[in-house]
Design a binder for this molecule. Structure first.
Ligand SMILES: *Cc1c(COP(=O)(O)O)cnc(C)c1O
Length: 428
């Protein structure tokens, strides 16, 4: 098809993320978005089945968030956050702490998920350094994904995403994802790391492994004892809730399913309802206290130009208002139960390898003759098929997932399920 003038200029001037320069389809030019829909320049409508890369909660261009952002833009669009503060950041910190685990005590702001993770790693490493202790090893899961900057890449899995940089990434102690079958081995491995290495921290995505693990899920009952073991041995625990926060798993935080609470939590993605970039790293008091000193070298030397941007904080506050509404809560429960029902229905399908669901995340791993994984060719087939049906789904290789904005209608959700069933009948 002929390129529109926008698409031609895009081709001339723009380099897109995670996009192969030769084989990628021409990008669809979105000129408007509303509720759970995108509209392109030819007035085609697409149901957003993946919440705009996992960020959108209440629908696109939400009027209430737009109004709050506009008010903030007119009032104080941005101000420096060192030596200065502002009401939106303070109010947001207070409101977040109300929902965060009891041991959370301070909020450190940054501007995306990767930086929220970088902050958590640096905070835990310097915690030991400030006490004159040499503890520099980090434990992480084999299939983890924590972001695309160097520190967050280092703790993430080594795969096609990191290949070009592997020799420059720092080494990490790896744990396999715990299952009921391997659990005693995983515990032993963790015990071994703690006893023989100078472990600073254990970082994990609670209950759902996102981009690295293709939406693999694991039980809170298997994570709890690992956190407990770390805490018994003074290893800092870091929950990366960048994907799972703000009711994605059915509870406010995935860690709300746990008995033992992590010392540090990383938040981003849904925090502003998917409107503005913002990152948060919440930490327990004992970590913050290790930085209180007369010695100026014990300062946490970290910050970003847009740290705690007031407009982003205003968007986050507006999104929290909407989250608290009964209607939103009902929608979350509804999507969760629809996902469970569809999972039960589809899991025995001969082309389905496995189906999994927690809260508003549904993932279906499709059988394929190729190796499972991000580069699996089913990926493009799935995207193209669903776009033709007016649905945005962007699978992780042969794993198709549905992770909609909470405002999605019952009809649209059922339509997505219906199209998945049709897709499974296709010649692949
Ligand atoms: C997306 C993601 C990140 C990185 O967030 P960005 O804002 O894309 O940098 C980190 N951790 C998890 C679990 C994520 O899903």
């Amino acid at each position: 098809m002929a390129l529109s003038s926008w698409q031609q200029k895009d081709k001339d001037y723009v380099w897109h993320p995670f996009t192969h320069l030769k084989y990628a389809e021409t990008p669809i030019n979105i000129v408007r978005s509303e509720g759970s829909y995108y509209f392109d320049e030819n007035e085609n409508k697409y149901i957003d089945g993946i919440a705009s890369w996992w960020v959108n909660l209440h629908g696109h261009s939400h009027p209430y968030i737009a109004q709050k952002v506009f008010e903030q833009l007119k009032n104080n669009a941005h101000s420096i956050f060192s030596g200065f503060t502002h009401p939106p950041a303070v109010t947001l910190a207070e409101r977040l702490l109300h929902h965060l685990p009891q041991n959370s005590s301070k909020i450190f702001f940054s501007d995306n998920g990767s930086t929220a993770v970088e902050v958590a790693l640096k905070m835990s490493l310097q915690y030991w350094h400030n006490q004159g202790k040499e503890k520099t090893k980090i434990i992480a899961f084999e299939q983890a994904y924590h972001g695309d900057t160097f520190g967050s890449m280092s703790v993430g899995a080594r795969n096609v995403f990191t290949q070009a940089f592997d020799s420059l990434l720092f080494e990490v102690l790896r744990l396999p994802l715990p299952t009921p079958q391997n659990f005693s081995e995983v515990k032993q491995l963790l015990q071994g790391f703690i006893e023989t290495q100078n472990v600073s921290a254990f970082i994990f995505e609670p209950l759902v492994l996102g981009a690295g693990g293709s939406m693999q899920m694991y039980e809170a009952a298997l994570l709890d004892p690992l956190i407990f073991m770390c805490q018994q041995n003074r290893v800092i625990t870091i929950a990366d809730e960048v994907l799972t926060g703000f009711y994605r798993t059915g509870k406010f935080f995935a860690t709300d399913y746990l008995q033992h609470k992590p010392d540090i939590l990383c938040l981003s993605k849904g925090i502003t309802g998917g409107v503005m970039p913002l990152g948060v790293t919440a930490c327990a008091a004992f970590i913050y206290d290790a930085y209180k000193s007369d010695d100026k070298t014990k300062t946490f030397f970290h910050g970003h130009s847009y740290t705690a941007n007031p407009t982003a904080c205003a968007a986050a506050l507006a999104s929290m208002d909407l989250l608290e509404q009964e209607e939103t809560q009902n929608k979350i429960v509804h999507i969760s139960s629809q996902h469970q029902q569809f999972k039960e229905k589809i899991k025995k399908h001969p082309r389905v390898l496995s189906a999994r669901a927690i809260g508003t995340i549904l993932a279906i791993e499709i059988k394929t003759t190729e190796q499972s994984g991000y580069l699996n060719r089913l990926s493009e087939k799935i995207s193209t098929y669903f776009i033709k049906k007016g649905i945005l789904l962007r699978p992780l290789g042969n794993v198709l997932y549905v992770l909609p904005p909470y405002c999605i209608s019952q009809k649209d959700l059922q339509y997505i399920y219906h199209c998945i069933e049709l897709f499974l009948k296709e010649e692949l």
